[in-house]
Write a protein that binds this ligand. Structure first.
Ligand SMILES: *Cc1c(COP(=O)(O)O)cnc(C)c1O
Length: 496
């Protein structure tokens, strides 16, 4: 199977090339030229298998230039009980009448990003050996908090790779920041910028497509790649857990084979929910895709009106990993919904870059609304939802997951649709103690992140993940911050 660019259909690359490059030269994103379909029998055959076996079945459809041994090596290296604190890798359980929380945060950094970023370094290594042996890959990352740490954890110490992570100085939680600035590993570094996530993401995208820097890299025997969800190697592992979740519900006798389920996802860069869309297109019986945003509700407006407009205030919320006004992966969806119209995609994204907005024609909007429903909730409603879930079910959710739970509830109220629904639970509540605590206790919230953790442990009776507790006393390696205009200089410095 080959991959094409959303901005130039004539581009054709292998999966390994798509993973190595991260982004196409003209700025487009790589998508499969045809989506593989699993028949009902093939899907049914996955029932009862381990997560890794399900992952192998899905990935082998997309990474056709990888041998079965290579795929097995990557998957078994990433998904195991050394890296994940549950043998099932992800976990799904019913919370409420008709909804299931799919916990995707049992990896080393306690957010769903680990599901992809534990695997990506393996995929990258195999891809490099195929496409550019001997070249050093320089991975640049823009993070709204969780990607950065997950990428660092995945790539630290991986031979032939170097990584630089940019994060918004005031845009991440205390725990997220601590996770990143204490990261060890000679080949990785971290840099705070004075700006928000969109600034970091735009800066990184501009550096990727800068011909001068690219020439310099080539001279040094290096090349850029991306660990953000613009990289196909980030997205494809995420399709797996929707296939795995559906088959797990059958194993748990919650649904019968063929029953349709909806999926609700707390959304920022549109990677996670796009993976659910791909799972649906592959043949998993998924109905509505419920796209949940926080107060930065640019996607809600887009799904409801067809107009994407980033010219609006940017809010810092209690769900920082969704504080995004430019959702990169929407580009892939629009490419598919427009019948692979690369010219239209170029025009929309040129308009987004130039004036900050674009509007899609009504036929595309109808297709969009047939598949997706958009809603949003603010910090107060998210906190009330954390409280309610804890009170009613003894279930403690993080603020991102709470946004999805609330929007799911709004969806049911508005539509009366009582289809069983998988809600993506994207982070451990312990990553966001400062916002979770006030929702579940009247006790004053201590300033120290480890005292917060201890208080949450007392209130919830649930132990904090070991990887977070272990941060206590770790030396801080990265301090200070730079202007966003200095990002290029910072990258050049690292390359020297
Ligand atoms: C990254 C992230 C999201 C948003 O996911 P996208 O794939 O960017 O839409 C939601 N919740 C958490 C905890 C995250 O880390």
């Amino acid at each position: 199977m080959k991959y094409q660019s959303t901005r130039d259909r004539s581009t054709r690359v292998t999966a390994a090339q798509a993973i190595v490059q991260g982004i196409s030269h003209e700025g487009g994103l790589f998508v499969p030229e045809t989506l593989p379909v699993m028949t009902a029998e093939e899907l049914q055959a996955l029932v009862g298998l381990s997560y890794n076996e399900k992952a192998k079945a899905v990935l082998s459809r997309f990474l056709t230039d990888f041998t079965p041994d290579e795929i097995a090596h990557c998957i078994d290296g990433a998904y195991n009980v050394r890296n994940f604190d549950t043998p099932g890798i992800s976990q799904i359980s019913r919370v409420g009448e008709l909804s299931y929380l799919l916990e995707l945060w049992h990896g080393p950094t306690c957010a769903f990003k680990d599901m992809a970023l534990q695997l990506l370094p393996y995929l990258m290594k195999v891809s490099m050996d195929k496409e550019a042996p001997g070249t050093e890959v320089v991975v640049l990352v823009a993070t709204s908090g969780d990607t950065g740490k997950a990428a660092l954890e995945g790539f630290a110490g991986v031979p032939g790779t170097r990584m630089l992570v940019f994060y918004p100085e005031n845009g991440v939680s205390g725990m997220q920041k601590l996770q990143m600035v204490t990261q060890t590993g000679d080949n990785v570094s971290v840099c705070a910028i004075k700006g928000n996530f969109d600034d970091a993401q735009s800066g990184v995208k501009a550096i990727f497509t800068d011909p001068v820097i690219e020439a310099e890299l080539e001279k040094n025997g290096q090349m850029f790649s991306s660990a953000n969800s613009i990289n196909w190697g980030r997205l494809v592992p995420q399709i797996v857990y929707y296939v795995a979740a559906y088959t797990s519900l059958i194993e748990q006798e919650e649904i019968a084979f063929g029953d349709v389920v909806n999926v609700a996802v707390p959304t920022g860069n549109f990677g996670n929910i796009l993976a659910a869309y791909y799972a649906k297109k592959m043949g998993v019986p998924i109905g509505k895709l419920i796209c949940a945003s926080n107060r930065n509700n640019v996607l809600t407006d887009f799904i409801r009106t067809g107009c994407y407009n980033r010219n609006r205030d940017f809010y810092t919320t209690t769900s920082p990993s969704m504080d995004i006004l430019i959702s990169s992966n929407l580009e892939r969806l629009l490419f598919h919904l427009s019948g692979e119209d690369d010219q239209a995609v170029r025009e929309w994204f040129a308009a987004l870059a130039q004036k900050g907005s674009y509007t899609v024609p009504s036929q595309i909007m109808e297709k969009l609304q047939a598949e997706f429903w958009g809603g949003f909730c603010d910090d107060e409603a998210a906190a009330a939802t954390i409280h309610e879930q804890f009170d009613r079910y003894g279930y403690l959710c993080d603020p991102h997951t709470a946004v999805a739970v609330k929007v799911y509830e709004d969806y049911v109220k508005e539509t009366g649709d009582n289809t069983r629904t998988i809600i993506a639970s994207t982070a451990s509540p312990y990553k966001f103690c400062g916002s979770v605590l006030p929702a579940v206790t009247d006790a004053p919230v201590p300033a120290d992140p480890f005292e917060q953790m201890e208080l949450l442990r007392q209130v919830s009776g649930m132990n904090p993940p070991a990887s977070l507790a272990e941060l206590k006393g770790k030396p801080v390696r990265f301090t200070g911050s730079i202007e966003k205009s200095q990002m290029v200089e910072k990258v050049k410095e690292m390359l020297r």
